[in-house]
Design a protein around this ligand. Structure first.
Ligand code: SF4
Ligand code: SF4
Ligand code: SF4
Length: 315
């Protein structure tokens, strides 16, 4: 299987379905484990992060309130998200997420222009990985503070207010409304200015660095929490690995644990997005493989790596 071509096909189809599917009556619900942004008019399904923040917004801290309709709705949405996340795990990120696909498109444009990727130390990468957990905590805590501590309601949906998908993804439908500053009051003005500054910063980051936003994405943090129970497995045959480091060099998120692991079979780290690039770049038959339940999705092979090498896809 030509992994690059297959992934491009799935990503293109997913992008089209999730960005425009609603115009053709498609509704995949409000609990999708990827940034399919509801601010896109006519999208085919909604990112779970919006529902998660919206549910917590109205939840009072008392146990009786949590057992009420709002709390039960939150649990229902969470159960749906977990069900979807268990089915495809990180494939949502590597193969389906429209915002991930946009990042890959920007990387493609940069490489066609011959502009080298921005690099920083592994220590910096390791530190940056914690930011997504801070975002996740804040996107839960701020709505609860609105409900219980009297924080102004204009701070509602705090992550959506700064998420770069909100101003950028509607542009694919010709909608520029989210590029405007909301001058209703000081909070909305400050939040929309912040949103635009962050969107500009992330856009530049995504151009110069592969999957830059994914490093900070709270959805990846959420998926990481449930991945160990998911049906998709990323395994390593430690006996077939020669420690060449090709997997670590090719990984867009600079994950080094795949190469370093010498004992465990399961090598899917919380940061992994199951793009399978590492397995594609590994020249040792069956050293790295992805399975859905017992069925193999993809495995490293000498033949595949040689093809990749001929096409100059090795980094
Ligand atoms: S980590 Fe990246 S691919 Fe995954 S949901 Fe976030 S933006 Fe999309
Ligand atoms: S703004 Fe971002 S977090 Fe909010 S729904 Fe859109 S993609 Fe999801
Ligand atoms: S470890 Fe492999 S599958 Fe995971 S993100 Fe890196 S290259 Fe992709």
């Amino acid at each position: 299987m030509n992994l690059t071509r297959s992934r491009l096909l799935v990503q293109s189809l997913s992008f089209g379905i999730l960005t425009y599917g609603g115009r053709f009556g498609l509704n995949l619900g409000h609990a999708l484990p990827c940034l399919s942004c509801p601010y896109v008019n006519g999208c085919g399904g909604h990112c779970f992060l919006m529902a998660l923040q919206g549910s917590f917004w109205g939840v009072q801290a008392s146990l009786s309130a949590l057992a009420g309709p709002r709390g039960l709705e939150t649990l229902r949405m969470l159960a749906l998200f977990i069900l979807l996340a268990l089915q495809l795990s990180k494939l949502w990120c590597g193969w389906i997420c429209p915002f991930g696909t946009l990042q890959d498109a920007l990387t493609w444009v940069r490489s066609r222009l011959g502009i080298p990727e921005a690099r920083w130390s592994w220590a910096t990468s390791d530190r940056l990985r914690w930011v997504k957990y801070i975002f996740l905590l804040l996107l839960l805590a701020i709505p609860l503070m609105i409900a219980n501590l009297g924080l102004h309601g204009d701070y509602g949906l705090p992550f959506c207010q700064i998420c770069p998908a909100k101003p950028l993804m509607p542009l694919f439908t010709g909608d520029t409304a989210h590029l405007a500053i909301d001058t209703t009051n000081a909070i909305t003005t400050a939040m929309t200015v912040l949103s635009l500054l962050l969107a500009g910063g992330f856009l530049a980051g995504m151009f110069f660095r592969e999957r830059f936003f994914c490093i900070f994405c709270p959805m990846l943090a959420l998926l990481g929490l449930v991945q160990r129970f998911g049906l998709v497995r990323f395994t390593k045959n430690v006996n077939a690995c020669v420690g060449c480091g090709s997997c670590a060099r090719s990984c867009p998120l600079e994950i080094r644990t795949v190469r370093a692991e010498l004992v465990k079979r399961d090598v899917m780290s919380p940061e992994c997005m199951a793009c399978m690039t590492c397995a594609d770049s590994c020249a040792h038959d069956g050293s790295l493989s992805f399975h859905w339940l017992k069925w193999r999705i993809f495995a490293s092979s000498a033949v595949g790596a040689a093809r990749r090498f001929r096409k100059g896809l090795f980094s």
